[in-house]
Design a protein around this ligand. Structure first.
Ligand SMILES: Nc1ncnc2c1ncn2[C@@H]1O[C@H](COP(=O)(O)OP(=O)(O)OP(=O)(O)O)[C@@H](O)[C@H]1O
Ligand SMILES: [Mg+2]
Length: 261
């Protein structure tokens, strides 16, 4: 399924967060959204997910939903957003509560996503008994339980330490390579975008405008190989030049504002 954003702008009172965004997440791709702090990445993701109504423009879904989809779009949050008083299984079940499913199907879906996210042995654990990486696996399992066609991820790894981030990223990619769910992946981290994304959309500083969309021509499964390193390094430099220019202006604006105040 494809998610199309057309002419989207958003204002919070006097603050213009987004200005004239046109972009589409194509069926089966991972589209990374990258840009300086406060440029409107989470706002755009919220608009994509229908949580937030844009001040202008529209969002459309196109194409066939996957078989068995209960919800075409789901979120994975940076802070995991788990209920502390529920077990792993209970947190995953939450996603299915408002859907009519017979008990057998409900149990089968829960078993399936727990197995696919490596949580099979942790179903009775409570969030506080889990590491950050395991908690985010629960966040991912919960999102997958409804068999979404599009997954919206807002900095899903940024609350984790570097090693956990690496492991979870690899596991997520393996899962994604099997299922090819269309995904929008917001990140601050260029290395992360270069590892997971098919295309990287770079937003400008606020108000967020689309600076460029860069296709990473190398398949995810080959990005660790020596042969890919030259291409990836060139893409890194190109993206970094875009991001750096935006970040520097944003920093200066903050500094000027501080000096004036
Ligand atoms: N509910 C709100 N009310 C007013 N202003 C808001 C609100 N939410 C966000 N903003 C402002 O809109 C701008 C974009 O915010 P947003 O959270 O979308 O950016 P972001 O790119 O996700 O930032 P970060 O990288 O810090 O996560 C920011 O300047 C923010 O302060
Ligand atoms: Mg954000």
């Amino acid at each position: 399924m494809e998610l199309i954003v057309e002419g989207v702008s958003h204002r919070y009172g006097d603050v213009t967060a987004l200005d004239g965004i046109d972009i589409a997440a194509r069926a089966g791709e991972i589209l990374a959204l990258i840009g300086p702090s406060g440029c409107g990445k989470s706002t755009l993701l919220g608009i994509m997910g229908g949580i937030l109504a844009p001040s202008a423009g529209r969002v459309m879904l196109a194409g066939e939903a996957r078989a068995g989809t209960l919800n075409p779009l789901t979120y994975v949050f940076q802070d995991f957003a788990l209920l502390p008083w529920r077990t792993v299984e209970g947190n995953v079940a939450l996603a299915l509560e408002h859907h009519r499913l017979d008990p057998g199907e409900r149990a089968a879906r829960i078993d399936d996503v727990l197995a696919r996210t490596g949580l099979g042995d942790f179903r009775a654990a409570f969030p506080k008994q889990l590491s950050g990486g395991m908690r985010q696996r629960v966040g991912i399992a919960r999102a997958l339980a409804v068999k979404p066609s599009i997954l919206l991820m807002d900095e899903p790894l940024s609350a984790l330490d570097a090693q956990t981030r690496e492991l979870l990223m690899e596991d997520f990619l393996a899962l994604w390579l099997r299922e090819r769910i269309t995904a929008v992946w917001v990140t601050h981290n260029l290395a992360e975008a270069l590892r997971v994304a098919d295309r990287v959309a770079v937003l400008s500083r606020r108000p967020g405008r689309l600076r460029d969309v860069v296709a990473i021509g190398v398949p995810q499964s080959e990005r660790g190989h020596d042969a890919a390193q030259r291409d990836l390094a060139a893409l890194h430099d190109r993206l970094w030049a875009l991001i750096k220019a935006e970040a520097q202006v944003a920093e200066r604006e903050v500094a000027d504002h501080g000096a004036a105040g």
